[in-house]
Ligand binder design. Sequence first.
Ligand SMILES: Nc1nc2c(ncn2[C@@H]2O[C@H](COP(=O)(O)OP(=O)(O)OP(=O)(O)O)[C@@H](O)[C@H]2O)c(=O)[nH]1
Length: 194
Amino acid sequence: MALRELKVCLLGDTGVGKSSIVWRFVEDSFDPNINPTIGASFMTKTVQYQNELHKFLIWDTAGQERFRALAPMYYRGSAAAIIVYDITKEESFQTLKNWVKELRQHGPPNIVVAIAGNKCDLTDAREVPEKEAKDYADSIHAIFVETSAKNAININELFIEISQRIPVTDPSMGAAGKGFKLRRQASESRRSCC
Ligand SMILES: Nc1nc2c(ncn2[C@@H]2O[C@H](COP(=O)(O)OP(=O)(O)OP(=O)(O)O)[C@@H](O)[C@H]2O)c(=O)[nH]1
C-alpha cells in the first residue's frame, strides 16, 4: 500500500483550540488545561484512505501575535492548511480571513484550505453564524466543518475531507498525479455539530 506524507499546518488566533484539535485527532483525548503553544509543535498520525496510507505531518502553530512571523515556515510546503476560529469569538473569524489572504499571497499555490469553526459545543455563546462561515468557505472553495475538540465532533471528518482532496496515486498519470484537485467532494460522514 502506498504511503503518502501530507504536511498540514494549523493557523488561527490564540485560544481557538488548534492544539486541542490536534490532540483529539492524534491521541483521542482532550486536556481542558492545555498550555498555549510556544512557537509550534509537531505531531504525526497515519490513517488509511482508500488504497493509500496518509501520514499527516501536523504543524500546530502558536496563535499569539509574537509568533506570527514564524507561520510561513510551517505553511510553506504544506499540502493543507487548517485555519481554526472559535465560533464564540467573531474576532477570530476576522483573523481567519487574514490568514486566507496571506496564504493566497505567500502560500503554496495548490494548498488545500480547510476552515474549522471550533468549540461548537458552546452553542449558547455563539457569535459566528454557521451559514455565514459556510458561505465564506464556499466562496473560496475551502473545506468547512464546525468542530468540537472537547466533544470529539467532526475532528476525524476534517482530516478525512483533507484526504479526499488529495488525488489518488495513479502511476499512469506521471507528474500530473502530483497535483491537487480543487474540486469539492462532500463528505457523507460529516456530522452536524450540535
Ligand atoms: N468548550 C470547548 N473548549 C475548547 C475546545 N477546544 C479547545 N478548548 C479550550 O480552549 C482553550 C484553548 O485551547 P488550545 O487548544 O490551547 O488553543 P490554541 O489555538 O492551540 O492556542 P495557542 O496554542 O495559544 O495558539 C483551552 O482552555 C481548551 O480547553 C472545544 O472544542 N470546546
